[in-house]
Design a protein around this ligand. Sequence first.
Ligand SMILES: [Mg+2]
Length: 238
Amino acid sequence: MATDAEQVHSGEGFDWRAFDAYLFDIDGTLLNSRDRVHYEAFLNAMQAMFGRQFSLEGITLHGSTDPVILLEAMVRSGMSPTEGRDALPEAMERMCAEVEARATELRPELCPHVSRLLDELDAARKLMALASGNVERIGWAKVRAAGIHQYFRFGSFADLRESRTEIFRWGANEARRLLGNEARVCCVGDTPADVQAAHACQLPVIAVATGIFSAERLRQEHPELCIPACEVLLGSAR
Ligand SMILES: [Mg+2]
């Protein structure tokens, strides 16, 4: 992964170290799943409930949330939005149960230098939390399988908050509840949707091009900092 200084975009005066809390997206930011457990759990949940095949083809997965993906798949298969919404709780429960039952099949690959970054932030006594479009039990299952769960104080997930904006807003509020109202919070994500959601909450965001989006694409959303990988941040946490 290239780390040329010219690939790093930073708004004037933005000091990424100057925060008390960091909200990390999971997929593409902390790790990439090298298995199909989560993906298959979507399909198996719906198939078990409705006795027919579903597809996620053509549905935006990256930057979306689990409930939105489920709802879209159900509506595309001919169900009404109301039917889909009614089916969501059971579908999510089934997904969680499947992912937990297949936890040993999870193959999360940490994004480059994530372990060291988390270590450095931890040593600098920063609060770290998860803010992900996954449902809670699946998000934690991935992070646990990757061996980095101990770094995160809490998580904000898509079970109760369907939009990414609400996920980040709840996470920032929780960080401020724990640290005090003046706590400065920064988001870290890998998709245009992460940057947009953070900005919708008036939160600064570090965009990392370790998911499927290039730094060039992410830069179009004007994140406060855009980097090819976390390596760029190493050695400067305080
Ligand atoms: Mg992501």
